[in-house]
Design a protein around this ligand. Structure first.
Ligand code: TGC
Ligand code: FAD
Length: 392
């Protein structure tokens, strides 16, 4: 990748809505990204390598569980801090943001919100520091958008349960020390539990051949009569609202993150269009290119305003899952459109690893699908405004 010259677009002076602490957090993450990630991200993505060595550094920076209270190793920060962090990371690479959002929102959050005091004390500090890496197993080969149809199950066996089944498309799974797994009990009630690497019958094969999120590792979780101690089961939640509650936190971070990818594409396209000359003039001087750039910054600005307001509602504990869905869907759509347009502005150079555009575009194809597809989030909004469920 060419030298990382990123400067975030702020057309409506939204930085004025951020506190000094928010800006300091953002600058700290940006400096780390420019020093440790940007110089190598293209290589890792091309080689399909997960930079595991960055996990403890991410922990040290506070990227894991920023909103979890400090007594459990979290950052004790607000949701706008969490948002700007995810935005800085994803403007570099969605796969890196995946690592952070899975660890913070899908592994640490359920342990914090649904776990026993022993589970919190045992796992949260290690996850927060990056000593442990975790993953989240909800999706199955035959159960994606409809997670309530899962068949992974547990059977009571005294002081433990026997877990059988398989999870598919699990971010971080091949490198994970623990997995937060959702399975049905003998009464068909969804329960959450912590499965630890080394438990007999538990394996995490990698999924190969992805064209997207190549600097993030994706795998399966396979459970073959795994004995899970009952003390690893979450005592404080039952039913689908358990995993869906975690998804609300992660989708919020993705909404900020995906817009970060859009901001990076715009920033790169603006700079390139001013430098690149054709017909004796910078291509930025042609109306067609200005139209593209103007529409990009308009959509980015609208998205930034939406995210800021959502962050305020999150801080006040007033954000609804449907509002989060709208933001996740909007950011992904805006980002994918901007990545495609930015790719064209870069001409042939846009398909190379000299620029981040093509990598963003390929990554965003996963981001628009995971944590609820574009269609599912549209239907969540439809249900919310009409009261009519069009899923089933
Ligand atoms: P439904 O009957 O609507 O809901 C069941 C219960 O859950 C509650 N609920 C929520 N609670 C908190 N947050 C949310 N977002 C919630 N959505 C629903 C709901 O109130 C109800 O509670 P209760 O008390 O009445 O039981 O469930 P449904 O079966 O009709 O499904 C609805 C649907 C389709 C919206 C939902 O299942 C869905 O969101 N599907 C998409 C699946 C999905 O997002 N999977 C993501 C897997 S994880 C992942 O992709 C990680 S990628 C990470 C990375 O690398 O960054
Ligand atoms: P399907 O549910 O089969 O959907 C296929 C198509 O049908 C989609 O276009 C969808 O919108 C449409 N569709 C489905 N139902 C409806 C409906 N009712 N109305 C209209 N259209 C509908 N999962 C985890 O649990 N943990 C992870 O860490 C994780 N990481 C992932 C990482 C990557 C790189 C990817 C690609 C996925 C990951 N996932 C993870 C899984 C992800 O959440 C699912 O892929 C996603 O929820 C969609 O499920 P599916 O792929 O089975 O598609």
């Amino acid at each position: 990748m060419a030298q990382d010259l990123y400067q975030h677009p702020d057309y409506y002076l939204l930085d004025e809505l951020l506190s000094d602490e928010h800006k300091l957090i953002r600058d700290t993450v940006r400096t780390w990204i420019k020093k440790e990630v940007s110089p190598n991200i293209e290589k890792w993505a091309q080689e399909n390598t997960f930079p595991k060595h960055l996990v403890p550094q991410m922990g040290e920076l506070g990227l894991f569980g920023p909103t979890i209270p400090p007594e459990y190793g979290g950052g004790g920060l607000d949701y706008i801090s969490y948002g700007v962090m995810m935005q800085e990371v994803e403007r570099c690479d969605s796969g890196m943001r995946s690592t952070a959002s899975v660890q913070g929102s899908l592994v640490m959050y359920p342990i914090y919100a649904y776990g026993s005091e022993e589970q919190k004390r045992k796992f949260l500090p290690k996850l927060s520091s990056g000593e442990y890496l975790g993953c989240f197993g909800l999706t199955e080969p035959d159960s994606g958008s409809d997670p309530g149809s899962m068949i992974t199950n547990i059977k009571d066996a005294g002081d433990h349960v026997i877990l059988n089944g398989a999870k598919m498309w699990i971010s971080n799974s091949p490198y994970s020390d623990i997995a937060v797994v959702w399975a049905k009990d003998e009464q068909d009630i969804i329960r959450g539990m912590i499965v630890e690497r080394g438990m007999e019958g538990f394996s995490t094969p990698e999924i190969h051949g992805k064209w997207s999120l190549r600097a993030s590792c994706t795998g399966e979780l396979v459970f073959d009569n795994v004995k899970v101690p009952k003390e690893n089961i979450f005592p404080h939640v039952q039913g689908l609202k358990g995993p869906l509650g975690c998804l609300s936190k992660a989708r919020y971070g993705i909404a900020w993150g995906a817009l970060g990818a859009a901001m990076d594409c715009y920033d790169s396209a603006l700079r390139y269009s001013l430098e690149r000359k054709q017909f004796g003039k910078p291509i930025a001087s042609f109306q067609l290119q200005q139209k593209k750039l103007s529409e990009m910054i308009t959509e980015i600005t609208k998205g930034q305003l939406l995210l800021w307001r959502l962050g305020v509602l999150m801080n006040e504990n007033r954000a609804t899952p449907a509002q989060i869905s709208m933001a996740k869907r909007n950011s992904c759509e805006v980002a994918l459109n901007i990545a495609r347009e930015a790719r064209q502005i870069h001409g042939g150079m846009g398909i190379t690893g000299e620029y981040s555009i093509m990598r963003h575009q390929m990554n965003l194809e996963s981001v628009v699908t995971y944590e609820g597809t574009h269609d599912i989030h549209l239907l969540i909004t439809g249900f919310d405004i009409t009261g009519i469920n069009a899923f089933k």
